[in-house]
Ligand binder design. Structure first.
Ligand SMILES: C[S@@+](CC[C@H](N)C(=O)[O-])C[C@H]1O[C@@H](n2cnc3c(N)ncnc32)[C@H](O)[C@@H]1O
Length: 279
């Protein structure tokens, strides 16, 4: 974990040395949070130098997963397009490929902005964030067998009791191949996880140390999903906006090497609490 501006620090990393960059930068919000958000109009230009370095350091079959939240335009109940503009710049200008759009569904997200959702009741709760899965080539390393989920009870029954091959009304042919136990279901691109972990090891250790928790963490499930999907043990995972270093701790626990960059010293200091062995 290194302290400093990641646009500069990344310049010290060798070209094509990173297998996966997974990160959640400060989002463009029209009010400032304590860790400094960037103005929406300037966001794409602000992000470009980081993205250029990420593109350079990624291995040819590497991936860049960017978790980014949407935002309302100031003063109106309409949504900003800033994160779509960013995506288009990343692909059209820098040459990234959009491997897949994934979404983080956070059922615990608060209904905001209060004016439009709670007071005037003219908008609904916004509870997904984009995770753009970008890659340097159209065929990044990825293996969905590493992220299988539990079969549903119905699917289990089907595998056990068998299935009569037939065509669905949609025209899709369901063959007996569906009966084979593949070890679990292929997950969808909607990753569901509340961000309200109140009793995680990290939170307990912050409380015990009398330190504030980082105010904008993502749940460990997010980097965990992509580290498993997109890397092998021993691979190198980079988070250029590391915050409390959720990514590094996940990578460590999964036997990957990791590098985190964060420019607030108090967050770098606080991230040590994720590694009890450092006590
Ligand atoms: C949304 S938070 C990331 C939180 C992290 N995913 C976690 O789970 O703890 C974004 C972080 O980027 C950091 N940051 C902003 N600009 C930076 C820069 N130029 N270089 C390094 N870190 C930066 C902020 O201080 C903040 O901690």
């Amino acid at each position: 974990m290194y302290l400093g501006d990641s646009a500069e620090l990344m310049k010290q990393l060798p070209t094509e040395s990173v297998n996966l960059a997974v990160t959640s930068p400060p989002y463009a919000l029209h009010f400032k949070k304590e860790y400094g958000n960037v103005n929406k109009a300037a966001y794409v230009d602000w992000f470009r130098p980081f993205a250029e370095q990420i593109h350079r350091v990624l291995a040819p079959d590497g991936s860049f997963v960017l978790n980014i939240g949407g935002s309302y335009n100031a003063g109106t109940p309409t949504r900003s397009l800033y994160h779509y503009r960013l995506l288009i710049m990343l692909c059209d200008e820098l040459g990234f490929h959009l491997a897949q759009e994934c979404f983080w569904y956070n059922p615990a997200k608060l209904p905001t902005p209060a004016e439009w959702v709670n007071v005037r009741r003219m908008r609904i709760k916004d509870s997904v964030e984009h995770c753009w899965w970008l890659s340097k080539s159209p065929f990044p390393k990825a293996n969905n067998r590493n992220v299988l989920t539990e079969y549903s009870a119905d699917m289990r029954r089907l595998i056990e009791r068998g299935y009569r091959a037939k065509s669905r009304p949609s025209g899709h042919k369901i063959t007996s191949k569906f009966q084979v136990d593949q070890g679990g279901s292929i997950p969808s691109n909607l990753i569901e996880r509340g961000n309200n972990e109140s009793n995680s090891e990290y939170i307990r250790r912050c409380a015990a140390a009398g330190q504030k928790v980082h105010p904008a963490r993502f749940p460990a499930a997010l980097p965990e999903f992509f580290v498993n999907l997109l890397t092998d043990p021993g691979d190198l995972v980079l988070d250029p906006f590391a915050g409390s270093n959720t990514t590094g701790a996940v990578a460590e626990s999964l036997g990957r090497r990791w590098i985190g960059f964060e420019f607030e010293s108090r967050y770098v200091e606080n991230s040590k609490l994720r590694f009890p062995a450092l006590d």
